[in-house]
Design a protein around this ligand. Structure first.
Ligand SMILES: NC(=O)c1ccc[n+]([C@@H]2O[C@H](COP(=O)([O-])OP(=O)(O)OC[C@H]3O[C@@H](n4cnc5c(N)ncnc54)[C@H](OP(=O)(O)O)[C@@H]3O)[C@@H](O)[C@H]2O)c1
Length: 410
């Protein structure tokens, strides 16, 4: 079923545009969770469940995990469930859907429903470039988007930021590094920022030699030392491509030139990122590695209130270690710096090549070290366009995927 009503243009929400004093009774914010069955999606639902009614679920969307989605629907009673995959949706019988909830099917239905007037905040937590279109639709309708789907800014950063500005829509980062920077930036003025420093855990292979890296298996790469995440981002973390994507995300989200973006390896994942100001002060945000913290920040901004995220306990010893990334063993970071500096179609090609290469690695068709090698090749060889349209980006995304598929096939 596709919803019939067209989206109404939304006025800027007073909850978003002005801080609400503590004494004012809170208004329930209706949240649309795109990718609710994933790692960020389920953490978002925990934040909503613990919010004491501040947040409610208006819409839950998944690709094809129908069983978990229906379970979420029974617990959270959203107005809408969206299943993007038609074949998966066909397995649902009306009796499975709780009273008061309606089912919509397909990507177009999702695009339309996120723009509805009842939606106050959209959590964009679909994995991969597939998350771009619904995020675009939400921003086009002037919504406030809590953005976990970094691929949106990696593939189409300048276009997305221009759209958000034109529609007076807001983007709040859910990526823990960008949420940390968003908080740290509030300690100074934009002209006082010297550099943004993104922390990286270094992944499970931080101590591996280049020779050992060539032999790692998907099962080993899926065992992240500090974060529990979906499979694609866990592999990205192991190759450090995740940091490459985050550099590009930071480039556009904070409008920061690439030469002011740096990466430091910090295996404890407690310092989530830092801002250095011109006087040499470093302002950081700290907390245990728990996505519920940045998710709640993005949902509640500009307010704060107690939530379910874990807390640091200084009764136990805590040692924080920092070291520079090794570009020889982890060349992906340099690809991110190149793509952030060059802009244009670089991010889209890097991202699409990486998505396909990660898929091939997980299927046992590509070696771990070939992921960054292939991405680097396509990044340098692709027909670069400095100021692409969305169509150009989608065309080059498809081209890069095809190139990786042919390389793997050979
Ligand atoms: N996990 C983290 O801690 C973390 C931290 C920072 C940023 N992020 C970013 O957040 C995003 C989500 O990551 P994740 O780790 O939560 O991924 P995940 O666990 O793999 O979950 C992905 C979600 O997206 C849905 N999905 C996949 N393809 C879709 C499609 N074509 N249309 C609609 N829905 C689709 C999945 O539905 P099904 O279950 O039906 O397949 C699932 O709900 C990624 O962009 C990632 O880089 C994640």
């Amino acid at each position: 079923m596709v919803p019939s009503e067209r989206p109404a243009a939304t006025a800027p929400s007073p909850l978003v545009d002005a801080p609400v004093p503590e004494s004012v009774p809170h208004v329930r914010l209706n949240v649309a969770v795109l990718g609710s069955t994933g790692s960020v999606g389920t953490n978002t639902l925990e934040v909503i469940a613990a919010s004491g009614g501040r947040f409610g679920c208006h819409l839950l969307a998944a690709h094809r995990s129908v069983g978990p989605l229906l379970e979420q629907a029974r617990r959270f009673r959203p107005a809408w469930l969206v299943v993007v995959d038609e074949a998966a949706a066909a397995t649902i019988s009306p009796a499975d859907i709780p009273p008061g909830t309606r089912l919509a099917v397909g990507p177009a239905a999702l695009d339309e429903l996120v723009t509805g007037p009842e939606v106050d905040r959209v959590v964009s937590a679909i994995v991969g470039a597939a998350g771009l279109r619904s995020t675009w639709a939400a921003l086009d309708a002037g919504k406030t988007v809590a953005l976990a789907n970094k691929e949106t800014l990696v593939t189409a950063g300048p276009l997305v930021m221009r759209l958000a500005a034109r529609r007076r829509a807001s983007l709040l980062p859910v990526d823990s590094e960008h949420a940390a920077i968003h908080q740290a930036l509030r300690a100074g003025q934009p002209g006082e920022v010297r550099r943004l420093i993104l922390t990286a855990s270094g992944g499970p292979f931080r101590g591996h030699s280049a020779v050992a890296l060539a032999e790692v298996t998907p099962a080993e790469a899926l065992r992240h030392p500090t974060w529990s995440m979906g499979p694609k981002i866990t592999i990205d973390s192991a190759t450090m491509m995740n940091k490459a994507l985050e550099l590009i995300e930071a480039r556009w989200l904070f409008d920061m030139p690439a030469e002011k973006l740096e990466v430091v390896v910090h295996p404890q994942s407690v310092v989530h990122s830092l801002v250095e100001f011109v006087d040499g002060s470093l302002v950081a945000q700290l907390g245990p590695p728990d996505m519920k913290m940045p998710i709640q920040y993005a949902l509640s901004f500009p307010q704060r209130f107690p939530g379910p995220a874990r807390r640091l306990d200084f009764c136990n010893p805590l040692t924080l270690h920092f070291e520079p990334p090794d570009p020889e063993r982890f060349p992906a970071v340099r690809l991110g710096q190149e793509a952030a500096a060059r802009g244009g179609t670089s991010g889209a090609v890097l991202n699409a090549a990486n998505e396909e290469a990660v898929r091939a690695f997980l299927d046992g068709r590509l070696r771990f070290t070939d992921i960054a090698m292939l991405c680097g090749r396509l990044l340098r060889e692709h027909p670069f366009q400095p100021d692409p349209t969305l169509d150009d980006i989608l065309r080059l995304d498809a081209w890069a995927r095809q190139e990786v598929a042919s390389w793997v096939g050979r």
